[in-house]
Design a protein around this ligand. Sequence first.
Ligand SMILES: [Zn+2]
Ligand SMILES: [Zn+2]
Length: 333
Amino acid sequence: MKAYVLKSPGNMKYEDVKVMEPESNQVQVKVRACGICGTDLHAYAGKHDAIKYPVILGHELSGVVNKVGEKVKNFNTGDRVVVDPNITCGYCDNCKKGKINFCENMKSVGINYSGGFSEFVTVPEKVVYKIPDNITFKQAAIAEPISCIVHAFENTDVKNGGSAVILGTGFIGLTFLQILKGMGYYPIYIMGRNLFRNRLAKKFGADKILDNIDSLMKTDIIKRANLVVETTGSTDILSKTVDIVSDSGKIFAFAVYPPGEEMKIEANKIYKKEITIIGDFLNPNTMEKAIHMIGSGLIDADDMEDMELKPDKANEIFEYKSKNYVKPIISFE
Ligand SMILES: [Zn+2]
Ligand SMILES: [Zn+2]
């Protein structure tokens, strides 16, 4: 099969590699669409700790079941599916306690398993999910990042309605915007400086768009936002959220922050304002919900997938200024 092999940082080659045949409990999926995520860009740049080169990246993928192992129970050739890239062991302490996102032996598609920047991926049946007919493969490809957002809501008792601030207009920020709109939040202020992305924020109904944190800090939402969603990955911006959030408000810290970097906040504010800061890691048991959030039309996948690449040209995105795009997709359709 053809695959993009990242041989070393910055050196990706489109070449022939051997297809992995499914073991007894595995499903082989013919990839139809695969999203490109910040994690992939990090790996390409050599800034991802867990990556060992060579690697085939791509963990946001959908496709058609091509072959099944003899013990596979729930899938047949031709089924339309998405793959949850996080493969847990099922027997470590955390798995036994149901905290599967903290599995001590976690293996991930596109990191330790060959990923979706290729014609086929072969994974255990337990991480494969069927998709309804009304969702295209391209739409389904973003189920994984959305499933991480679903986990954020399951991790806390965020209420319907209220006012919100979203920091960042990337894929995650724009998806939170659509979900919070659906939950009746008003007003929703969003901060982002990329004009293309801000245009989408407007389309998705942001009530005010600010292009930097200083201008946001001068608006009337300060100290009034019941929910603040930090998606930029800036420790500095995260430290400001305690001044944006309302009394008894909640803060999602929804980004990969630079390891080792510390944050300075006035601790007394946490006490006096009854602030909750919520971390969220991966997507335990939330893939199906994410699929249906796309199918219901709550999440506009088509508009966010603003750069479509053909398989043999997919490496171009890594050389471009890909930051202009919300969600580039490699489409095999
Ligand atoms: Zn991702
Ligand atoms: Zn485990």
